[in-house]
Design a binder for this molecule. Structure first.
Ligand SMILES: Cc1cc2nc3c(=O)[nH]c(=O)nc-3n(C[C@H](O)[C@H](O)[C@H](O)COP(=O)(O)O)c2cc1C
Length: 178
């Protein structure tokens, strides 16, 4: 089994999937990873719809701006925020934080099982919500295809650590700010 560090290095967005079913136990393990995620005040403001029907996956791909790989994946998990109003004391909305953690845990649990995913943020909320029969006060957070990758991993570019870390105060150097 990969170490956690290795998993994070290997994980990538997968945009091409094999026509190979995902075992139910693996789907369940991926959902369980979301269930265990931390959330503000432990509200767990999420719901996950597992879509396997081929016609429904095709329609979802269409709603996601014709991203055909969404239909190619044998499973599509639609992550739904069940609370979209709450703002934390720190002035940050709670649901995007909570849902992001839950979905990230799903993505890593999938990667651990050799399964690929791709976070989809490009979709028409109104059309998707209607198609998925989402209650009015809920919001689709992301659409997540899940399946065995059909392509080879490509190296991902990331900004260097030195560009994104400072010390003691924003922009402070390691030598201190004095
Ligand atoms: C919030 C969010 C929205 C995204 N939306 C899309 C999308 O609609 N379509 C897509 O192909 N990839 C989407 N991605 C994947 C990113 O393009 C990808 O994570 C990024 O290029 C880094 O590549 P990697 O995931 O392979 O490391 C999204 C990722 C995030 C986190």
């Amino acid at each position: 089994m990969d170490s956690f560090a290795e998993l994070m290095r290997k994980r990538r967005s997968v945009r091409s999937y094999l026509d190979k079913p995902v075992p139910c136990d693996d789907i369940r393990a991926v959902l369980e990873a979301a269930r265990l995620a931390p959330s503000a005040r432990n509200r767990q403001p999420w719901h996950f719809v597992v879509v396997t029907d081929e016609r429904r996956r095709s329609k979802l791909a269409e709603i996601c701006g014709q991203q055909q790989f969404v239909a190619e994946a044998p499973v599509v998990v639609v992550a739904v925020a069940t609370e979209s109003e709450r703002i934390m004391t720190c002035d940050i909305p709670a649901y995007p934080v909570d849902l992001s953690i839950a979905v990230t845990q799903m993505i890593l649990a999938a990667a651990e099982r050799g399964l690929g995913t791709c976070w989809i943020g490009y979709f028409d909320q109104e059309e998707a919500a209607k198609f998925m029969q989402i209650p009015d006060d809920h919001k689709i957070f992301t659409v997540l295809p899940l399946g065995y990758p059909a392509d080879e991993p490509v190296d991902k570019e990331r900004r260097p650590l030195a560009d994104m870390v400072s010390f003691e105060v924003f922009g402070g150097s390691r030598e201190g700010t004095k």
